[in-house]
Design a protein around this ligand. Structure first.
Ligand SMILES: [Cu+2]
Length: 687
């Protein structure tokens, strides 16, 4: 499911990567005279790097015309590509396998990085270098491990220096779906990480190839192929018959033996000197796959050097200081890549902790931001939506009670829905009974009521009956008076209504998330004695809410960096999709303002004359305490009942007096937006 714009690119990239790898595999194994280990290297690297892997293959290794491979792969930059491909194929495979395993078992990111480094290094060294190259290089497995160690260390340091920060910043940035292997985004980030690692490892691989420390590309043809005959001299001893090396400029040198290729001669000055003396420019010193070296290393062609230990054939054209400097430099890059991200993101978090959360743009996260804060502010996962409603579906509808043994029973069920707030804008909401606001519960003072709450959210919840006097165990605060209601569970709230007036119910678990996403509703309790009700010709209940919707995702709005709302609703609709109240001159209207909003105060104002505040927080004010006003601050949790009299005909507005709250994503439609609605009083508006 595409839930963010980036997903289109992600899917396209991954499809291209698979197709590219399939093409490279087909071409390598049907037509390209490359050594088997390099064939596999290109296939894997193309799988990991997608079109960039394909590009490298076509530009550097794919034989341009029959018999042309030998010449084609000669340039140093192509040899460097081959060397880096070989290194990356092994290292990245280890890193990616480790990343999957550590994510699945829930290791924190810092441990993840260490395991990835170790896995990449060992996989590259023990399998891709020592094992796969042994056929080419000869010698025992242990010898191959030993002489591969330093080149592998240098390459792996570079690889992880690029890959670690790329993974950390992309995985633990806004869209943390990237931390979970079940998400395509994870593989996209892996791909980008491998590309970054490749880019950093490439220069040093070019250097190592040029100095004879590593092999580059090879040409490997069947023995019968004429093109390889000359260079096949001396190759018979190798397991791969007919290998033609990519560096024909090298001078075959007597004395090369597989047995002789031991030790990391790269660090041995005397060997280097010997190599130079032979006129071979030290190329025999390649650690493995030194093509020239292989040519000169026919079995049985033991020369004096071999007799004296055979180590002279391994020297590369590098000095110890050079080698130390390069190694230390790559180690520093590695340390930087592995540790600097910890200054910015919380590496103590695991994939399990953040659960694929997508953070709102602008949320400030640092290396101390806990996972709980992230989960609280994260977008509603559109994949959790179980129903989608249009503008024809109204919120705050009266919920009919059924009577069981004299108890009024209401059923509430939470779920994730898609809710239309404007003709072209839908939000992903948490809802009671598929409504935003939840259904209005109305009963009479003295009633025994029972409310069965079933939770169908992807998280726990509870319900609080705001302002009511009731048994403490029915009050609702999660982990204070009750265990949170798990997904699929039901909690039975039961109490006797001893008060009357305007109240509300709302979630009391993950409060700033769930109420901000729509888990609230009005609770209207009629007085036991109907005469105590302050009469009005019309009655309208206003439930306020803020929304944050960015890039098609809905986040819980809150007064915090990144959480500021950009949509506002009265009873689940933004103006101009809000209701219009129809009246006649002289009639009265009782408005019940309910502060169902979560973190924002709304100075609610009615045009066309003052109203009288007759009740506050459910408590009817004594006549002497009632007062006139035209604006009343409705804060979170507060309720005001006001009586407004229609004095003149026309369209009179009810709106919040914070202008931003009467816009839709900072725009005005038909004169406003958000927390705005009309009272239409019949008659001539010019009178
Ligand atoms: Cu407001």
């Amino acid at each position: 499911m595409l839930i963010a714009p980036i997903d289109i690119f992600v899917h396209a990239w991954l499809i291209v990567a698979v197709l590219s790898a399939a093409y490279v595999a087909w071409d390598q194994f049907t037509g390209n005279p490359e050594a088997a280990v390099m064939k596999w290297g290109f296939v894997l690297v193309t799988l990991y790097m997608g079109p960039i892997g394909l590009l490298l293959y076509v530009m550097a290794d794919k034989e341009p015309k029959p018999g042309g491979h030998e010449e084609f792969v000669k340039p140093l930059w192509k040899q460097g590509v081959g060397s880096t491909v070989h290194c990356v194929a092994g290292d990245a495979t280890g890193i990616i396998l480790a990343a999957v395993v550590t994510a699945l078992i829930g290791l924190p990111m810092w441990a993840d990085l260490i395991v990835e480094y170790a896995a990449g290094f060992l996989f590259g060294l023990l399998i891709f270098q020592a094992l796969f190259m042994r056929k080419t290089m000869g010698g025992t497995y242990a010898e191959n491990v030993r002489r591969s160690f330093l080149p592998e260390l240098i390459s792996m340091n570079c690889m992880m220096a690029g890959m670690a920060p790329m993974m950390v910043f992309l995985m633990m940035g806004r869209d943390m779906r990237a931390m979970w292997p079940g998400e395509p985004l994870f593989w996209m980030v892996m791909s980008l990480g491998v590309i970054a690692g490749f880019a950093i490892a490439y220069p040093v691989n070019v250097w190592m190839v040029s100095r004879g420390m590593k092999h580059g590309l090879m040409t490997e043809r069947a023995k019968s192929h004429a093109g390889g005959m000359e260079d096949m001299k001396g190759m018979e001893g190798m397991d791969h018959g007919g290998m033609k090396m990519a560096k024909p400029s090298a001078q075959p040198q007597a004395g090369g033996t597989r047995e002789g290729r031991k030790a990391s001669a790269a660090a041995k000055h005397d060997e280097r000197a010997s190599g130079e003396a032979s006129g071979s420019k030290g190329m025999e010193g390649m650690d493995h796959g030194g093509m020239k070296m292989a040519k000169s290393s026919a079995a049985g062609a033991k020369g004096p050097d071999a007799k004296s230990g055979g180590e002279h054939h391994m020297q590369a054209d590098v000095t110890r200081p050079q080698l130390v400097a390069v190694t230390v430099f790559t180690l520093l890059m590695l340390i930087a890549g592995m540790t600097l991200p910890s200054a910015f993101v919380n590496l103590r978090l695991s994939a399990h902790d953040v659960r694929g959360a997508i953070m709102p743009p602008g949320m400030i996260t640092d290396n101390n931001t806990p996972a709980a804060a992230m989960l609280d502010m994260a977008a509603v996962d559109p994949r959790d939506v179980t129903a989608t409603y249009g503008l024809d579906k109204q919120g705050a509808q009266p919920l009919a009670a059924r009577i069981e043994n004299g108890v009024k029973v209401f059923d509430l069920q939470t779920s994730v829905i898609r809710w239309q707030i404007l003709p072209h804008i839908a939000v992903d909401a948490y809802a009671f009974n598929g409504q935003v606001p939840g259904p209005t519960l109305r009963f009479r003072q003295g009633d025994r009521v029972r409310i069965n709450v079933t939770n169908r959210l992807p998280e726990t919840t509870t319900v609080h009956w705001h302002g009511l006097i009731l048994p403490n165990v029915m009050d609702g605060p999660a982990n204070v008076t009750q265990k949170p209601i798990e997904n699929g569970q039901v909690y039975r709230y039961e109490f006797t209504a001893v008060q009357s007036g305007s109240y509300l119910y709302h979630s009391h678990d993950h409060l700033d998330r769930q109420q901000a996403l729509g888990l609230y509703g009005a609770l209207i309790i009629d007085p036991a004695n109907a005469a105590d009700e302050i009469p009005a010709d019309h009655e309208y209940t206003i439930e306020l809410q803020e929304w944050l919707m960015r890039e098609g995702l809905t986040y819980p709005a809150m007064p915090m960096d990144g959480g500021q709302p950009n949509y506002f609703t009265i009873n689940g609709r933004a103006y101009p999709s809000t209701d219009t109240i129809m009246m006649k001159v002289g009639e009265t209207l009782k408005v019940r303002f309910i502060g169902s909003s979560n973190g924002f105060i709304h100075p609610m104002h009615i045009h066309g004359g003052p109203f009288v505040v007759v009740a506050r927080d459910g408590q009817t004010l004594a006549p002497s305490a009632r007062f006139q006003a035209d604006t009343i601050n409705v804060g979170p949790g507060q309720r005001y009942d006001v009586i407004w009299t229609a004095l003149k005909p026309g369209k009179w507005m009810i709106h919040c007096h914070i202008p931003h709250h009467t816009t839709n994503n900072n725009t005005e439609q038909d004169g406003g937006g958000g927390l705005m609605m009309h009272i239409h009083v019949a008659g001539d508006p010019t009178t």
